[in-house]
Design a protein around this ligand. Structure first.
Ligand SMILES: C[S@@+](CC[C@H](N)C(=O)[O-])C[C@H]1O[C@@H](n2cnc3c(N)ncnc32)[C@H](O)[C@@H]1O
Length: 206
């Protein structure tokens, strides 16, 4: 589901970049860096997370996808210095085979890691996105997630300011319980923030 105007402004703003650096720090603490890795990023938005995956995590390459075509020119500008280490495309996290086909990506067991910076809560059929993440990961590959839960989405501020799917949202516990159904084991490598509003963690593909 596409973001509304208010959320688009927020995602494109310097405060989002600062917060994302903190999120990357937590994710790296939980799951370690990914030096030399082949990475996929779902819902890359304006590319701030992609840059962190390259610089902070040390990935060799990133295939990144976003549903919103308006995000891609921003991401392209931000990521131009990385040349062909980054491939960007418009498409859905629920069908990475189609999205990444132009760069020969999106096959079963293709990536060492997949990053999700606050996108799965935007997807109505979010379980399909988790199945897709699991499919494209190599055995032993890692899924880094930073999510907004049903608890946060139910708050007045979220309901007034932003548009999100209203049915079948996940709590932190429901998200964590869904992962192993797709072969993604999380163990104790997760944290919640602000009364369970935000969930950050790392799961490993069986
Ligand atoms: C809250 S923004 C996060 C953007 C960026 N990852 C960040 O953390 O700044 C959610 C992003 O997910 C994208 N999105 C929503 N549904 C999607 C889907 N099914 N597949 C890929 N991207 C999607 C939106 O267009 C938006 O750019």
């Amino acid at each position: 589901m596409l973001m509304n105007r208010a959320e688009t402004m927020l995602v494109n703003s310097p405060p989002r970049r600062w917060l994302q650096r903190y999120e990357a720090h937590v994710l790296a603490t939980l799951g370690g860096r990914t030096p030399g890795a082949r990475v996929a990023e779902i819902g890359c938005g304006p590319g701030g997370g992609t840059r962190l995956v390259l610089d902070r995590f040390g990935a060799a390459t990133v295939h990144a996808v976003d549903l919103d075509p308006a995000m891609l020119p921003r991401a392209r500008r931000r990521l131009a210095p990385y040349g062909d280490r980054v491939r960007l495309t418009q498409g859905s996290a629920t069908d990475l085979r189609t999205a990444f086909a132009p760069f020969d990506g999106g096959g079963d067991g293709t990536y060492d890691a997949v990053f999700d910076f606050a996108i799965v809560h935007h997807i109505p059929n979010w379980r399909d996105a988790l199945a897709e993440v699991a499919r494209v990961l190599k055995p032993g590959g890692r899924f880094y997630f930073d999510e907004v839960t049903a608890t946060a989405l139910a708050r007045r501020s979220y309901r007034l300011l932003f548009d999100h799917p209203t049915e079948d949202r996940f709590t932190a516990g429901e998200f964590l319980a869904e992962l192993p159904r797709h072969g993604l084991d999380v163990g104790d490598r997760w944290r919640t923030r602000i009364g369970g509003d935000y969930l950050l963690g790392v799961a490993q593909r069986r």
